[in-house]
Design a protein around this ligand. Structure first.
Ligand code: ES4
Ligand code: ZN
Length: 326
């Protein structure tokens, strides 16, 4: 259709993608055999059929189990390279990639193996595909502060490869305040900060991310609409939200796409962006997210173009680069 063609041709930046969430069943199956890691599935089809979630936690349990097939630097390279090829297909010119070191270090994989494999693919992505990128290291919020400090320490010899720290995993019960001191340390090391907040958790968690963690962006943030003063702050201070529509449907944050508040947020003047989150698990890469959102909410071409423009504005590229893209 016309709107699909428009979306496919639109130059986009992606700002909310977990690299472990781009692990397609085919690669998961292949790596499970190569590395002799047992997964509770007998075929690629069986893996896909298991992707039915009630909430964030029911997804995370499967996501962490899947990530266990990643062992060598080459595995992390191949995972990242496969995602970059999808970027090319989706006309993503710039991507800011999350990864979760603790998912790997806590099962005995060396911190350096993970970051070196991902980083090498990102460098090749720039040289061979022309896709620019940044890497964001996320802390798993269900783990404790000390574990996050250890992870930050491990990152200290790789600061040239990381632009920011983030906060992900199980939101409810693990408020941003739990990581105030870790984020303060990260900032003292020259890193920017972002955090998942207001996906399942209350607006109070978005306030904490802003006031305590000093974030440049809120990941998800769809529950901000429940708090009028918060919406005013996000608009006035131009704090971007990285929204993941298909993720929100698959994890039952909204019952169906026609009930998603994306258009309402956009119309209020928030700097909202459309992203894929965990595309191998949630039914599509960034274009699929744009298409399904556009169709369900009747987004106009202008609204789609604004969403794509927002993605560059909200990115961590230099102002010089932004002038070229916007
Ligand atoms: C995630 Cl959708 C989502 N929310 C929180 N943490 C995550 N890690 C990977 N996907
Ligand atoms: Zn996410």
């Amino acid at each position: 259709s016309e709107i699909r063609d428009f979306i496919k041709k639109l130059p986009k930046a992606e700002l909310h993608i977990h690299i472990e969430g781009s692990l397609e069943p085919e690669l998961m199956f292949k790596l499970s055999k190569k590395n002799a890691i047992e997964i509770p599935f007998k075929s690629v089809e069986e893996i896909r059929l298991a992707y039915k979630f009630n909430n964030l936690q029911s997804f995370l349990d499967i996501y962490y189990a899947g990530a266990a097939v990643l062992i060598t630097e080459e595995d992390f390279y191949d995972l990242t390279w496969a995602y970059l090829e999808r970027c090319k297909e989706n006309n993503v010119l710039h991507t800011e990639v999350f990864y979760d070191p603790q998912t790997h270090t806590n099962r005995g994989i060396d911190f350096d193996i993970v970051i070196n494999g991902i980083h090498r693919a990102l460098v090749d992505g720039k040289n061979k595909l022309g896709i620019s990128s940044k890497l964001i290291m996320c802390f798993l919020r269900h783990l404790d502060e000390a574990d996050a400090f250890t992870t930050l320490e491990q990152a200290s010899s790789h600061l040239d490869k990381i632009v920011a720290v983030g906060l992900d995993s199980s939101e409810i019960g693990h408020p941003p305040s739990k990581f105030e001191r870790v984020f303060e340390k990260a900032q003292s090391m020259g890193l920017l900060t972002v955090a998942h907040a207001g996906e399942e958790g209350p607006p109070a968690y978005i306030w904490e991310a802003l006031d305590l963690l000093k974030v440049s962006r809120i990941d998800h943030g769809v529950r901000a609409l429940e708090d009028e003063a918060l919406v005013t702050k996000l608009i006035t201070e131009k704090i971007p939200l990285t929204i993941c529509p298909l993720s929100n449907i698959k994890l039952c944050v909204f019952k169906k796409m026609s009930e998603h508040n994306y258009r309402k947020l956009l119309k209020k003047g928030l700097v909202v962006t459309i992203n894929s989150d965990d595309p191998a698990y949630f039914g599509g890469y960034i274009n699929q997210n744009y298409i399904e959102t556009a169709e369900a909410l009747s987004l106009s071409k202008e609204e789609l173009a604004l969403s794509a423009k927002n993605s560059f504005i909200a990115s961590f590229i230099s102002d010089e680069q932004k002038k070229i893209y916007c």
